[in-house]
Ligand binder design. Structure first.
Ligand code: CP
Length: 304
């Protein structure tokens, strides 16, 4: 495995299988009270230029459960927010810690940090680009809910223009055979052309685009819902117009296959009605839990 995880395609399919299997093992150990303190004495620095709940808490609790320590640094409070070159942050943190996890505003900041750090660097989300630990979480959830990747029809719904989790998931699925992707979005939030050409078409993946969730849902094995992100819009009126484009509710779930599963990276706003939470096909809270085990598996591989 490479020193850093900056984007999902830094991992081979073998690496991914290995991480997913380790995540399962860690889940089993925790369920049965088997300690797995392989990171005793290790410290992970967690730098957040942008807020997080799931990524931060899953890494932090995961690190503690592996016997190590996690140090939280907010971008505002650390010297990065006061103008320290990120290269220096990398050099200094490498002398104190065994790994650095960072959520940045930009891919450029992340790449500079990784280049100058001598310890492993994990991307915890770089602006609108990549969020590889979320994608590992999504892969684990899809695999454990559906039993395999091959032959699945995956619907991605919502903000496909800015939604980095969708971009990463589509890239990840391009590694597997006979995947069909159904892209469900308003016209204004369609998947960027470069992903259609560079990922879907170059890999010969079948895909269709539609604006209708009702029309798409009956054919799906997996429905990946995303939030329309207020912070991505320069024009507040455009956000107001688009924010409720899709609301998954029991009536739409009634059109879906009995074994379809619903994923969402969270947070949700109102794109999935609370009434769907009790449907056994709603997998998004199981997905959030999987996120902790997958991150534990990753830090074990990189830091052990
Ligand atoms: N899904 C996700 O990345 O959530 P956070 O922004 O809360 O970490």
């Amino acid at each position: 495995m490479q020193k850093d995880l900056l984007k999902l395609l830094d991992l081979s399919t073998e690496d991914i299988t290995n991480i997913l299997n380790t995540a399962d093992q860690l889940k089993y150990n925790q369920k049965h009270g088997i300690p797995h303190e392989h990171l005793k004495g290790k410290t992970l620095a967690m730098v957040f230029e942008k807020n997080s709940t799931r990524t931060r808490v899953s890494f932090e609790t995961g690190m503690y459960q592996l016997g190590g320590h996690a140090l939280f640094l907010s971008g505002k409070e650390s010297q990065i927010g006061r103008g320290e070159p990120i290269e220096d942050t990398a050099r200094v943190l490498s002398r104190y810690c065994d790994g650095i996890m960072i959520r940045t505003f930009s891919q450029e900041g992340l790449e500079k940090l990784a280049k100058h750090a001598t310890v492993p660097v994990i991307n915890a989300g770089d602006g609108g680009h990549n969020h590889p630990t979320q994608t590992l979480t999504d892969l684990l959830t899809i695999h454990r809910e559906k039993g395999e990747f091959k032959g699945l029809t995956i619907g991605c719904c919502g903000d496909l223009k800015f939604g980095r989790t969708v971009h990463s998931l589509i890239s990840a699925m391009s590694r597997y055979r006979n995947i069909k992707v159904v892209l469900i979005s308003p016209e204004e939030l369609k998947l960027p052309k470069y992903i259609k050409y560079e990922v879907l078409e170059k890999n010969g993946m079948e895909y269709v685009e539609t604006t209708s969730l009702e029309e798409a849902i009956p054919q799906l094995d997996v429905l990946y819902m995303t939030r329309i992100q207020r912070e991505r819009f320069d024009d507040p009126a455009a956000y107001e117009r688009l924010k409720n484009s899709y609301i998954l509710d029991p009536a739409k779930m009634a059109l879906a296959k009995e074994k379809m599963c619903v994923l969402h990276p969270l947070p949700r706003v109102n794109e999935i009605s609370i009434a769907v939470d009790s449907d056994p096909r709603a997998a998004y809270f199981r997905q959030a839990l999987n996120g902790k085990f997958v991150r534990m598996a990753l830090i074990l591989k990189l830091l052990e």
